[in-house]
Design a binder for this molecule. Structure first.
Ligand code: NDP
Ligand code: 2IT
Length: 448
């Protein structure tokens, strides 16, 4: 690391001492971009500007629950970097949401969006609202109140939110309806992940999970392997997890375990994905329910403070598709001991820095989140294109564009790893490749 980078990192740590996730995300990126930092970057305070969000909006979200009680949540939108396009990134509704998590996600999103090759800047938003156990009516009222404030700050050329944890097509529908009502305009491109009847794109629902497996296919291919016959375990059972599982099966792999925050199911014959979809997408129940139909499947309950059970099951390919810092050093050691060949990050920052280093040192192929889960936001950008054209592509057209984008992203990571002698460190390679376009755009646009 050079002096300039060290100085910026020190400043980030002291200025954001109460934001551990944000500091972690910055550290991971900034440490790896040393080979492409120039004197001009330093003169123009490029890194200092890059680690400071353009704007953070926080707001009150009051709503009335089914019992008539007034509830108050906190809403956020972090508009991190708009150098290469309108701010773009999802909304997360989860009780753990705070400014540190919002900022880490928006920071990561900036480089991820750059890697897609599409003109989208980095943003993220959400709320500490907990959707678990809420009725449809409560979800709608919350979304409407959230949009009452958010509508001032978004627009199809300004900032385009989408889904993330706790926000799927149902929530995007309520958000879109309220935006349309307040603004009195049909601005389809203001949100992505919309339903297919009102401007959504085919294959957006599947895109993050499918994209993760396309990336994994390319990474294995570059190392003379395929997914055929491999066993797969997946942390999570939400949108990303489900469609990663579907594409993994299609590629000839066998998914044997999936989880939620309570525990995991292990079905050595291969998971029945239709049953998972019924439990999670339709009934919105816990994954334990899987045993009702498949009593021979095991259910392993998580123990607080211990490695999530899904990571204790031996598999060739492990796909963290739940939340940040799911894989720490202890878990990484278990994965290495179990002979894991590859880890594919469907979630954002699911692996701690220490665990990343340990996995790579032990020759585990690691598909980094910024690159490997970029298929979701890339397809969101394709949804924006279709909305602008007032036209829609077939499922096959969108899927083949997604496949090409993921193939290109892996190629960019691979070529960068070769150019800078990084071996299988695709994490550093993705950071460098994503950084370049944002850096060039910021340098070209002057001190902004
Ligand atoms: P969903 O809300 O559909 O599913 C989230 C899944 O992760 C659930 O199984 C949930 O279990 C589990 N989970 C969430 N929080 C925690 C937690 N604190 N501890 C343990 N498990 C948890 O979200 P998505 O599938 O959309 O998102 C999953 C990950 O993928 C996130 O990291 C997200 O940022 C990332 N991502 C999503 C994209 C998208 O297009 N949706 C695009 C790129 C990345 P439970 O029900 O028990 O909470
Ligand atoms: O983390 C992510 O890339 C997402 N949640 C998807 C964002 C988007 O705008 O589609």
């Amino acid at each position: 690391m050079n002096n300039y980078i060290e100085k910026v990192l020190e400043e980030v740590c002291s200025k954001n001492a109460n934001e551990p996730e944000f500091v972690q995300a910055v550290k991971e990126v900034i440490k790896s971009i040393a080979p492409v930092i120039t004197k001009d970057h330093e003169k123009m305070a490029l890194l200092e500007r890059m680690v400071e969000p353009e704007r953070i909006i926080t707001f009150r979200v009051p709503w009335i629950d089914d019992k008539g009680n007034v509830q108050v949540n906190r809403g956020y939108r972090v508009q991190f970097n708009g150098a290469i396009g309108p701010f773009k990134g999802g909304l997360r509704f989860h009780p753990s949401v705070n400014q540190s998590i919002m900022k880490f996600l928006a920071f990561e999103q900036t480089f991820k969006n750059s890697l897609t090759g599409l003109p989208i800047g980095g943003g993220k938003g959400g709320s500490d609202f907990d959707p678990k156990g809420k009725s449809d009516n409560e979800i709608m009222h919350f979304c409407q109140s959230f949009m009452n404030e958010l509508q001032r700050h978004i627009g199809h050329d300004l900032d385009v939110p989408a889904g993330d944890i706790g926000v799927g097509a149902r929530e995007v529908g309520y958000l879109f309806g309220q935006y349309r009502r307040i603004k009195n305009v049909y601005e389809a491109g203001v949100l992505t992940g919309k339903g297919l009847d009102y401007g959504g794109s085919l294959a957006r629902k599947e895109a993050t999970g499918f994209g993760l497996i396309y990336f994994m296919r390319e990474m294995l291919k570059a190392n003379n392997m395929t997914l055929e016959g491999k066993t797969v375990t997946i942390s999570g059972s939400g949108n990303v997890a489900i469609y990663a599982a579907q594409k993994a099966f299609e590629q000839g792999a066998k998914v044997v375990a999936m989880s939620d925050s309570n525990g995991c199911i292990y079905d050595e014959n291969g998971i029945d994905l239709n049953e998972i979809k019924r439990i999670k997408e339709v009934e919105r129940l816990r994954i334990k329910e899987y045993q009702a139909k498949y009593p021979s499947a095991k259910y392993l309950e998580n123990i607080k403070g211990e490695t999530p059970k899904v990571y204790t099951i031996k598999a060739d390919v492990v796909l963290p598709c739940a939340t940040q810092n799911d894989i720490n050093i202890e878990t990484a050691k278990i994965l290495v001991q179990n002979g894991t060949i590859a880890v594919g990050e469907g979630a954002n920052m699911p692996t701690t820095i220490e665990a990343i280093d340990y996995l790579i040192e032990n020759n585990v192929l690691l598909a980094p989140a910024k690159a490997a889960n970029a298929g979701g936001v890339a397809t969101s950008a394709l949804e924006m294109s279709q909305n602008s054209m007032r036209y829609s592509w077939s499922f096959e057209e969108v899927d083949s564009k997604l496949n090409q984008i993921m193939t290109n992203i892996f190629a960019a990571c691979y070529n960068t790893s070769q150019e800078f002698n990084l071996g299988i460190n695709y994490v550093a390679a993705a950071n460098i490749a994503g950084f370049k376009k944002v850096a060039n755009a910021m340098m070209a646009q002057g001190v902004i």
